[in-house]
Write a protein that binds this ligand. Structure first.
Ligand SMILES: O=C(O)CCC(=O)C(=O)O
Ligand SMILES: [Fe+2]
Length: 250
C-alpha cells in the first residue's frame, strides 16, 4: 500500500486512512469487545478500557497471546503500513461516552514510536499540541506510562497545535515528531469543533455518500460542530519491542 497518499497535515508524520475496515468488520469487532468477560474492563475516572496482549511495564511487556479476532486486524495494520519492525503485540481498547475523553498525554517509553488507532462508533476529534519541551526549550516531557495517568494542559492556541477528525472505521497512524514532540488527547465535551482539523476532506468524503453517521453536524457562528451522540470505541495498536518471557527475570 502506498501510505504516502494518506498523509495529512504538516507535522511529520500523521496518516489518516478512511474506511480501513468494512461495516461488517466493525460489527464483528464490537461484538467481540462487548462479548468479552465483564472483568476484562477496567474502569477509569473518565473512560473504560480493555488491555490485550499482556501487561506493559516501563522495561517491557509481560506478554499474553492476542486473540485471533484481534490478530486479524493487527496483522492487517502491520502488513499494510510497513511501519513496524515486527508484529504488533499490544492492543488497548478504550470506550468513551459522549462526555468522556482522554487528557493530553504522550504514550509511554516502552512502545515502539509508531501508534495505529482504529476508531469504531461515534466520530471524535483528537487534538495534538506541542508539549513543554517544544514550547519552552526545556526537557520536561510529560509521559503517559500507563495510559490514563495524564498531565499537562496543552495550549489550544499554540500555532503548532492541530486536530484530526477520527471517523468510525478509520485508522489513524502517527509517528516521528507527532509522536515524540506532541501530546495527544480528546476533550470530554459531547460537542466538538472540527473547524481546524487537518483531514476534513478525507474524513467527510465518505460520510456524505454513506449514511453511517446519524450524528448531525451543525454550524454555530461558522464553527463546524460535531455532536457525539454515540459511544466511541478505539483500538490503540502498538508494538512493545522488549518482551519478557519469564516474569521473574526482569
Ligand atoms: O482513543 C483514542 O483514540 C486514543 C487512545 C490513546 O491515546 C491511548 O490509548 O494512548
Ligand atoms: Fe495515547
Amino acid at each position: 500500500m502506498e501510505l504516502e497518499r494518506f498523509r495529512v497535515g504538516l507535522t511529520p508524520t500523521v496518516f489518516y486512512l478512511p474506511a480501513f475496515i468494512t461495516d461488517e468488520e466493525q460489527t464483528q469487532l464490537l461484538n467481540h469487545i462487548y462479548g468479552a468477560s465483564g472483568s476484562k474492563w477496567k474502569t477509569l475516572k473518565n473512560r473504560r478500557l480493555q488491555n490485550w496482549g499482556g501487561m506493559v511495564h516501563e522495561k517491557g511487556l509481560v506478554p499474553q497471546e492476542l486473540p485471533s479476532w484481534l490478530t486479524k486486524i493487527t496483522a492487517k495494520i502491520y502488513e499494510s503500513s510497513g511501519l513496524f519492525p515486527s508484529a504488533i503485540n499490544h492492543v488497548l481498547i478504550n470506550e468513551y461516552h459522549p462526555d468522556q475523553g482522554i487528557m493530553p498525554h504522550q504514550d509511554g517509553p516502552a512502545y515502539f514510536p509508531v501508534v495505529a488507532i482504529l476508531s469504531l462508533g461515534s466520530p471524535v476529534v483528537m487534538d495534538f499540541s506541542p508539549h513543554l519541551r517544544l514550547r519552552s526549550g526545556d526537557d520536561d516531557i510529560s509521559r503517559d506510562q500507563c495510559p490514563g495517568a495524564e498531565s499537562c494542559v496543552p495550549e489550544r492556541d499554540n500555532p503548532h497545535s492541530f486536530s484530526v477528525l477520527m471517523m468510525p472505521r478509520s485508522l489513524l497512524i502517527f509517528k516521528d515528531e507527532a509522536y515524540s514532540d506532541f501530546l495527544h488527547g480528546i476533550s470530554d465535551s459531547p460537542t466538538q469543533c472540527y473547524n481546524k482539523v487537518v483531514n476534513e476532506a478525507e474524513a467527510l468524503a465518505l460520510s456524505t455518500t454513506n449514511s453511517e453517521n446519524s450524528n448531525e453536524d451543525s454550524r454555530k457562528d461558522n464553527d463546524k460542530i460535531l455532536n457525539r451522540d454515540q459511544t466511541r470505541v478505539s483500538l490503540t495498536c502498538r508494538l512493545v519491542p522488549k518482551v519478557h518471557k519469564n516474569l521473574f527475570r526482569f
